[in-house]
Design a protein around this ligand. Structure first.
Ligand code: SF4
Length: 448
């Protein structure tokens, strides 16, 4: 049972030391009760209080991990309805459905793609991670699960109505934490018993949110923590409504029976491949934890992974690179030096164009708290009297002593002042405004 703010307050140190980021222990207790603060923000919680606060301090949407190793998927642990309130924590796991009517070559091909497919996006690796195995024949389910594990290492969702079939498939792989799908009103006790025995997560599925909440409460009463919800949404409108109501109940009402991450199967909701992507987009945008597709065509997985990545980045932390000197294409002492900011998108756009130019170059990245060139200039962070001392300390002079630097075209206006600040024979050249023009610019620079 969740504790009230006052009950939590009674267990705190009550020193109002503010180290948790809140002005008083009472303020912290109220935020903790609302799921908007985390217990470890207070360094003075005793072990006894931690034990007592365990349930109250659990996030309103519990954390569930499916799989083990590199492709494990952690979902849930969410505390807000809207990303701008704080941030979304765990990006949905994307996966593919494997069924018993596929032949061995088809299955191996899908698993090979699952193992190999990955995309680099502003310094992060995005990839599908889940194989959902569906087979009416219990033996085939177990064989496909073993094959999926051996050939891909993916996080597994094992789909069957019969608890014995789920147990047979999951038992040899129990250390890989497969998700049992699904416990319903008809088989709840049997599936829950398998989940308990094997210590693996399981999904609950019902046709109405009321019935789903009843099963969720049953799971809580049996002390299960790793549960995934499937509200059986049938239409796009249902997806939007069900996912929103589940999240709202968990976050706004701290309704623990629905305080679990969800799973969605766009692959089973339509035969129209384009519509399937629309369904998947809505699942990703509206809170789903795991989303299963009918294939892993990169033209479909790439935009969905980008969508998830964009929604699940922390809006309070610009994505940024470490400050420093980055060599591209094996530069020498005579190679051009480009200077720009540490906004990740700026870095990756510029570095990929420099790389494409095949011209060896030094890219000097200045820490401006992850802002883009114009924003950092407007904020007074990417200006002459900040860039000059940074360049002198950056170590670029030892690597390329020619003292010619190229600044982004968008800050052409600082070139004179920067040259003055640098003094000592430095020459500031104005580069291009658009990254796409970098290759041509660099080739001309090298030819001169
Ligand atoms: S850090 Fe702990 S003791 Fe200090 S104000 Fe916050 S809740 Fe109270």
């Amino acid at each position: 049972m969740a504790l009230s703010g006052l009950q939590i307050f009674k267990l705190l140190a009550k020193t109002n030391c503010k180290e948790c980021g809140f002005p008083t222990c009472m303020a912290f207790a109220m935020q903790l009760a609302a799921g908007k603060a985390e217990l470890d923000q207070c360094p003075y919680v005793s072990d006894e209080a931690k034990a007592a606060l365990g349930e109250a301090s659990a996030p309103p949407v519990r954390k569930v991990t499916v799989g083990a190793g590199d492709l494990a998927v952690t979902v849930g642990e969410e505390t807000v309805m809207y990303r701008h309130e704080k941030r979304f924590e765990n990006m949905p796991g994307l996966g593919v459905l494997i069924t018993e009517d596929m032949d061995d070559a088809q299955v191996s091909s899908l698993l090979g793609t699952l193992k190999e497919q990955q995309f680099n996006y502003v310094g992060r690796t995005l990839r599908p991670r889940v194989a959902a195995i569906k087979a009416a024949d219990a033996g085939r389910l177990a064989a496909l699960a073993a094959k999926a594990d051996a050939e891909s290492g993916a996080a597994l969702v094992l789909m069957h109505d019969d608890a014995a079939a789920l147990k047979a498939a999951a038992e040899p792989l129990k250390d890989k934490k497969p998700l049992l799908y699904a416990a319903t009103e008809a088989n709840f006790d049997a599936v829950a018993a398998v989940a308990k025995e094997l210590d693996v997560p399981f999904a609950i599925k019902a046709d109405t949110l009321g019935a789903l909440a009843d099963l969720g409460q049953k799971a809580l009463d049996m002390d299960f923590k790793e549960v995934v919800l499937d509200p059986s949404s049938a239409t796009l409108g249902d997806v939007l409504q069900d996912q929103t109501l589940i999240r709202r109940a968990a976050i706004k009402k701290t309704f623990r029976a629905l305080g679990f991450p969800t799973i969605g199967f766009p692959c089973l909701m339509t035969d129209d491949r384009l519509l399937e992507i629309v369904y998947a987009s809505v699942f990703i945008t509206k809170y789903a934890g795991i989303v299963i597709l009918s294939d892993l065509d990169p033209a479909r997985t790439l935009p969905l992974l980008y969508l998830g990545q964009n929604i699940y980045t922390d809006p309070q932390k610009p994505m940024q690179m470490d400050q420093g000197v980055y060599p591209i294409n094996d530069p020498t002492a005579d190679s051009p030096i480009l200077v720009t900011t540490n906004f990740s998108l700026t870095y990756f756009t510029v570095s990929s164009e420099v790389e494409a130019s095949k011209v060896p170059a030094w890219l000097v990245i200045m820490d401006v708290e992850g802002q883009s060139v114009l924003t950092a200039w407007a904020a007074g962070k990417f200006v002459a009297d900040a860039i000059a001392p940074f360049l002198k300390k950056s170590g670029i002079e030892e690597k390329a002593p020619h003292k010619k630097i190229i600044i982004p075209g968008y800050v052409a206006q600082i070139s004179g002042e920067l040259e003055e600040e640098l003094g000592d024979g430095w020459e500031v050249q104005v580069g291009v405004r658009e990254a796409a023009d970098i290759p041509k610019f660099l080739r001309q620079w090298s030819a001169n």
